[in-house]
Design a protein around this ligand. Structure first.
Ligand code: FEO
Length: 389
């Protein structure tokens, strides 16, 4: 992919990773991703904002062949999918200075072996004059790491947001065209990467509201020429108030726990509660994470295996604990053969979740009508709590 013009002074550079299917050996990427970098040319200086994943460094270096001078390389975020090509860029431009936040310095030095002499720390709100174009650096910790910042091009109202406000879509679209597709991908991305940092995100959004933003150029996914689309979506996702939704991650070995899930789904729907259920044996874990953005209640359904929850249910609990969704209520249902400590074990895996436990219900063997009636009571208890949402 060749460089693409955004304005008279700003050019998109970067790489489209059509085939990548996993990020951080954890996050599924059903639609691939992009690593966007941006070149900003002032009258006297040129800045390169972020780079690309090291596996795609050759693509960026080829795009830079027609760029005789880069004065500043800006690292908004030190994770390697954006910083990984910085060493090669600094080698190509021996006069270039690397600008980054104070907390990024050691990460860049440690992980990329960049020399301290090449780095200059920029402060929050500091500006750099490129000659007719001014870049302002805004510290935005925890989108996605503690060192993250965004860069604002004042004269054009263009926000280079790196991970923040991005999404994992490999597409030839330079700008958002299919809003529905981008909204879904951005929500999944928010769930997997940003959700634990909702408090920080709300503060960043408040601060950014003081800046006239005409365009948001993230480092993953297409550029937002209508920035309110993504800024408003983030406001909603980062809000603390959940929706009338129960998410049920479940595992069933011989069908008993699944029958209990069926009873619960039916009862909840009858009572006007929305439900999403995910069979953990086959579920796309990104879809489950996305559902957790809105859920008021999580019900984990698991058989008892070797005295505890099924390992897949344990995985879902650990994942939810790491993602810290806004859910207010939690319960457990499931079937057992001999007994065990599934509920206690699951409870110990979610110390980060600020939830009220709604009385769990376990049954021995295959569930019957008595069990479905008990689950109906659980559904009533949940619906009652959801009534105030
Ligand atoms: Fe796209 Fe946190 O890196």
């Amino acid at each position: 992919m060749k460089a693409r013009k955004i304005s008279n002074t700003v050019t998109w550079l970067g790489a489209i990773d059509w085939d990548r299917r996993l990020f951080d050996s954890l996050i599924p990427l059903p639609d691939g991703t992009t690593y966007n970098a941006y070149l900003v040319r002032g009258d006297s200086k040129t800045a390169l904002i972020d780079t690309v994943d090291p596996s795609m460094a050759h693509v960026l270096l080829r795009q830079l062949e027609d760029v005789p001078q880069v004065d500043y390389v800006i690292s908004n975020h030190a994770e390697k999918d954006h910083s990984g090509a910085i060493p090669e860029v600094l080698k190509r431009y021996p006069e270039a200075v690397l600008l980054t936040s104070d907390r990024a310095v050691n990460v860049l030095v440690d992980s990329l072996k960049i020399s301290h002499e090449r780095i200059r720390v920029v402060k929050d709100n500091e500006t750099v004059d490129l000659g007719g174009r001014t870049l302002e650096f805004l510290y935005t910790p925890w989108v996605h790491w503690p060192e993250t910042m965004v860069t604002y091009l004042q004269e054009e109202g263009l926000l280079f947001s790196c991970d923040f406000l991005g999404c994992h879509i490999a597409s030839s679209d330079l700008y958002v065209t299919d809003k529905a597709r981008v909204a879904e991908a951005a929500k999944r991305y928010f769930a997997e990467i940003m959700m634990p940092f909702r408090n920080h995100i709300r503060k960043h959004l408040d601060r950014l509201a003081n800046y006239p933003i005409k365009m948001v150029a993230p480092s993953h996914g297409p550029i937002h020429s209508e920035p309110h689309f993504i800024l408003d979506a983030y406001r909603e996702w980062a809000a603390e108030e959940p929706k009338n939704l129960v998410v049920i991650p479940f595992v069933s070995m011989h069908g008993s726990t699944e029958k209990m899930v069926d009873c619960l789904v039916e009862s909840l729907v009858e009572k006007g509660v929305n439900v999403e259920r995910y069979d953990l044996a086959v579920a796309d874990i990104g879809k489950l994470a996305t559902a957790l953005v809105d859920a008021a209640t999580i019900v984990v359904a698991t058989p008892t295996v070797l005295g505890g929850p099924h390992p897949l249910a344990a995985y879902a609990a650990v994942l939810a604990n790491a993602l810290k969704p806004k859910a207010k209520y939690l319960s457990v249902i499931g079937s057992y053969g001999w007994g065990g400590k599934s509920v206690e074990a699951l409870a110990g895996m979610i110390p980060n979740l600020n939830v009220v436990v709604v009385e769990p219900y376990l049954t021995k063997g295959s569930p019957d009508q008595i069990d479905c009636d008990a689950i109906d009571k659980l559904a009533s208890a949940i619906a009652e709590r959801h009534a105030s949402l």
